[in-house]
Design a protein around this ligand. Structure first.
Ligand code: IMP
Length: 176
């Protein structure tokens, strides 16, 4: 059998889905009576965004963008490789992230989207690794804070694999 190279499960599928429901209720409370535009960042946030959208008792629209890094390292040099399909002017926007790590990607996206005159913009992330933060990012909603270990599952990949795991796990560095 092809066993994923994981060291330990951080959050089980049940824990993830229970927490997503709690966060969805928090978001619905905040945006009551309004329509929300969820913006997902391909590909990592797709699984979380879908689960969140289904748990949200609000009228939601969804759109996606894709980014690519340049400059040869992960120093936050990103550009938009696929832009949103629709404008976001005058909309309440929730940027949905799989993980906010150094914060560089999210800050870039936040600045870019804020320049398009949305009515409001906020960040919701499934995972938050604040110990590695290099720039401040205003995370309004988050499911879990995680330690400084590389994780996979629920959309997060290692070399494009393991996004489809229902749980979130720490990678085993020896078997990656
Ligand atoms: P940033 O460091 O906050 O700019 O995060 C950049 C991106 O790195 C995230 O959106 C993820 O796609 C990826 N990333 C960061 N940490 C992990 C991890 O533990 N597992 C998988 N991908 C990660």
């Amino acid at each position: 059998m092809n066993v994923p190279p994981i060291e330990r499960v951080l959050f089980t599928e049940e824990q993830v889905s229970a927490r997503i429901k709690e966060v969805a209720a928090e978001i619905a409370g905040r945006y009551q009576g309004r329509e929300l535009k969820l913006i997902g960042v391909l590909k990592g946030s797709v699984f979380f965004l879908t689960a969140l959208a289904r748990a949200l008792e609000l009228p939601v629209k969804i759109d996606f963008l894709a980014i690519s890094s340049f400059g040869g390292n992960s120093a936050g040099m990103v550009r938009i490789a696929k832009d949103l399909d629709e404008p976001i002017q005058d909309e309440d926007v929730l940027l949905v992230e799989d993980i906010v790590d150094t914060g560089l990607t999210t800050r870039y996206l936040l600045q870019t989207l804020a320049g398009r005159a949305p009515r409001s913009i906020a960040i919701c992330t499934m995972l938050d690794r604040t110990v590695r933060r290099m720039v401040p990012v205003p995370v309004e909603f988050r499911c879990f804070e995680i330690p400084d270990r590389f994780v996979v599952g629920c959309g997060l990949d290692y070399k494009q694999l393991y996004r489809n795991l229902g749980y979130i796990a720490v990678m085993n560095p020896d078997r990656g």
